[in-house]
Design a protein around this ligand. Structure first.
Ligand code: COA
Length: 424
């Protein structure tokens, strides 16, 4: 049995944040039924398309292992079916704009009355407060959650990161909230509301920067390059380039080939316990005892000089050669891997972290598999559903509606023309 086998999810999510969450739950074995608007479905099906007439990679890579039913929730028969789903599902997950669910009549009070065991999980951009009614996308959350103001170089503009910490990050938070509520339900017998705001999710991931904000009140942040450069700090945490966020100074350094390869770099951490080994490797054995370099506090004002010297050494090696040498001495480091290198990395394929999936309309494509590995509930990644592929199956086998009722639903147009044709 899969870990979440038997759990039924009414997946009312779209775009990225909600779908990431329900995809994880599907990978753990939940039966995830995605409700989509007839005709178009989740808007990402048609966004950033690369293969004509096929669902985009944006959609397919976020909606594996799910079933799809099309329902027009602005049609009374569509709402009727939705309420049938509320009655039999364990969890409803949604990430509509604020107010949408209430306008559909799916208020928490009503859902809880109809199915007291149901957990209702929502992603919104902001929690209660001045921005609670705002629509939010990834980069808005990165900006409002503190990530952008602390990312980039001190003399440059704030930067967003390629990691989707606002969308996928909040989806992860929501998934944890849902399984926690499912566990709580085993004691209480009752469902509850699970709310995750994208601003909160990003801030949670930026925790160390709020740490630094408070340390700033007690003096300069000595591990920031800015300190060694003699530049004064302002009243807010500055952008710190590639400085390490922890107590062990680190930087991205050039490796052999950097002039032509944009990813010929390595992250190098001058971890205190291996300082002497670092000195030997880079050819500066006197730094082991020199009072200006021997102890971490003495090194802090000299980080630019120290990393420039280490870089002279890394530039004489490829990033992989440097990795091999440094790992021999337990010196923490990591190559800057391009997406091309990651896509081709055999070990990631072997662990199922990168998977090849076959799709009837687009053929084979690569996806990121489940990054969470359960020993007794391994993940088998299955292709995303076509729009409305499981409408009939859900009406008949899941909701167990009788033929007359199904005919009335199809005739009303609530499931869209496609399904009607398929049913005929
Ligand atoms: N049938 C009929 N109508 C449907 C439907 C269906 N199956 N599913 C949704 N709709 C309707 C809704 O009822 C709503 O209509 P209304 O505004 O008349 O009440 C409408 O679709 C729009 O929903 P909305 O969520 O506002 O979509 P949007 O495209 O305008 O906004 C977001 C997209 C992402 C900005 C917004 O959903 C949002 O802020 N979500 C919360 C934060 C979030 O998750 N953001 C990250 C996304 S990765």
């Amino acid at each position: 049995m899969k870990a979440l086998e038997g759990v039924k999810i009414l997946d009312f999510t779209h775009v990225q944040s909600g779908p990431t969450c329900t995809q994880l739950l599907a990978w753990f074995g939940a039966d995830v039924i995605k409700v989509e608007r007839p005709g178009t479905g989740d808007i990402t099906r048609g966004q950033l398309c690369d293969v004509p007439d096929a669902d985009s990679l944006y959609f397919t890579m976020l909606n594996h292992n799910k079933r799809s039913i099309t329902l027009d929730t602005k049609n009374p028969k569509g709402m009727e079916v939705l309420w049938e789903m509320v009655k039999i599902c364990d969890v409803m997950v949604e990430n509509f704009a604020p107010g949408v669910l209430d306008r559909m009549g799916l208020t928490w009070a009503k859902v809880h009355e109809v199915n007291p065991r149901m957990i209702v999980a929502s992603v919104k951009g902001f929690g209660p407060g001045p921005y609670e009614d705002c629509k939010v996308y990834e980069n808005v959350a990165q900006c409002a959650g503190g990530a952008a103001s602390t990312t980039g170089f001190r003399d440059g503009v704030p930067l967003v990161t390629g990691a989707q910490i606002g969308d996928s990050g909040t989806g992860l938070h929501l998934a944890l909230g849902i399984v926690t509520a499912l566990y709580h339900r085993t004691h209480s017998g009752l469902g509850q509301k699970v709310d995750c705001a994208m601003q909160d999710g990003v801030l949670n991931l930026c925790r160390v920067k709020l740490r630094d904000q408070q340390r700033l009140g007690h003096g300069p942040l000595k591990e920031y390059s800015q300190f060694g450069e003699g530049l004064p700090f302002g009243d807010a945490v500055p952008r710190a380039g590639n400085d390490s966020g922890g107590g062990q100074p680190g930087r991205i350094l050039k490796c052999k080939g950097w002039e032509t390869d944009p990813n010929a770099y390595i992250y190098f951490i001058t971890q205190a316990p291996v300082w002497e080994k670092i000195c030997d490797v880079i050819g500066e054995p006197t730094w082991k005892t020199d009072p200006d370099y021997a102890k971490p506090p003495a090194r802090l004002p000299r980080l630019n000089e120290i990393f420039a010297r280490i870089e002279q050494w890394t530039m004489s090696k490829t990033k992989f050669e440097a990795m091999d040498i440094l790992n021999e001495y337990d010196i923490p480091c990591g190559p800057i891997l391009s997406m091309k290198e990651i896509a081709e990395e055999k070990s990631l394929r072997d662990t199922g972290t990168v998977v090849e999936v076959d799709h009837p309309k687009r053929g084979k494509y690569l996806s990121v598999g489940n990054p969470i590995k359960l020993s007794n509930s391994p993940t088998e990644v299955k292709r995303s559903p076509l729009l409305g592929e499981h409408t009939d199956e859900v009406l008949r086998d899941v909701l167990k509606l009788d033929e007359a009722r199904i005919a009335a639903i199809l005739d009303s147009g609530a499931t869209g023309a496609l399904t009607r044709t398929a049913a005929e």
